[in-house]
Design a protein around this ligand. Sequence first.
Ligand SMILES: Cc1cc2nc3c(=O)[nH]c(=O)nc-3n(C[C@H](O)[C@H](O)[C@H](O)COP(=O)(O)O)c2cc1C
Length: 397
Amino acid sequence: MNLSGRRVVLGVSGGIAAYKVCTLARRLTEAGAAVDVVLTTAAAEFIRPLTFEALTKRPVATSLWERGRALAHIDLARDPDLIVVAPATAHLLARAAQGLADDLLTSLLLAATTPVLVVPGMNDEMFAHAATQQNIQTLRERGWTVVGPAIGPLAEGPSDRPGRMVEPEEILAHVERALRAPGSPLSGRNVLVTAGATREHLDPVRVITNPASGRQGYALAEAAFARGAEVTLVSGPSTLPTPTGVELVRVETTEQLLSAVERLLPQADVLVMAVAPADFRPAEPGAAKRPRSEGPLSVKLEPTPDVLERTLAKRRSGCVAVGFALEIGDGIERARQKLEAKQLDFIVLNRADEPGSGFEQETNRVTLVSPDDARELPMQPKREVAEQVLDEVERRL
Ligand SMILES: Cc1cc2nc3c(=O)[nH]c(=O)nc-3n(C[C@H](O)[C@H](O)[C@H](O)COP(=O)(O)O)c2cc1C
């Protein structure tokens, strides 16, 4: 994530989750953002300003009445790219909804004209209270983005209702989106990504599949969310965490993949087929687990449906469709044939035989193949590959 040149005001109010926001301040600073932290008096009871000062390497403001910073609320409100309030207490939400300006944070929230992202964190009863709900509704109507809260354990014990502040990594994904979406042609577009491998059952407990981990497709979904897209990720079985803000549709077999893509493609502005489907399935899967003692097993395999061939006609006009191809050796010609046969806009050609690239790796070296061009990208993390694939998509939208 590169946030260099961006300025973020990070308002912290007095909730127990304030300790987690130290991680957020650090990650934003590492990403290159200039982070100006403003603490309420209650927040400073939980975390000392010095902690944030050390993490952000910038002065931290806590009071309207500080000598030498007479107009801090106006100075701080002047042109940040984004204001984030995390955690946002019930009290802070109430004051902001009422337009109160009784401390530095609420005064600068009134003076600012930049987008505001609030991340509530509180006891579940406090969150469910009609007053809090109404305040959140008011702030949403005013154009503020509200992230969370999540359901999960609270400082005071277990809970099965919303109240817990979402984790710093998730806040970070929303911050990146708030900062990047306004300049991206993908903002507000419907992006359908497929990822992972499908698998076909030999019997109830054995499967035919391939080693695709889903990392490249998940990275594409993450990167599309960061650019403001509405992202649906159709994934074969995977243990990777669901990317923030992405709607996940789980499938197992190639047939299930086909029905999911058939259903979702007509609404998509972009299709990225990063999934590695199982191309064959047993013609007659066993109904029971066959013991090894019964000797050799012969299985007749039949081809699974070709998902692109069966669905691409359903795409809306203007939809950019990106395929993936995995080849051993130089596969540019084969990729071009696939490009033409399937009417794709371009193909991301993976090299399966190169160390550090392809299946189950954190990095990838790909070539972007279009009818008249083949652009080799360097070996890089899959998230970086995703960014460059989306740059190419944006050029074609
Ligand atoms: C130990 C402790 C934990 C608290 N945690 C929260 C919390 O997570 N969320 C919340 O809304 N209020 C919480 N409060 C209450 C707020 O600190 C209190 O409402 C305070 O007035 C908030 O002020 P501020 O919104 O100006 O920061 C907590 C209070 C204490 C003493």
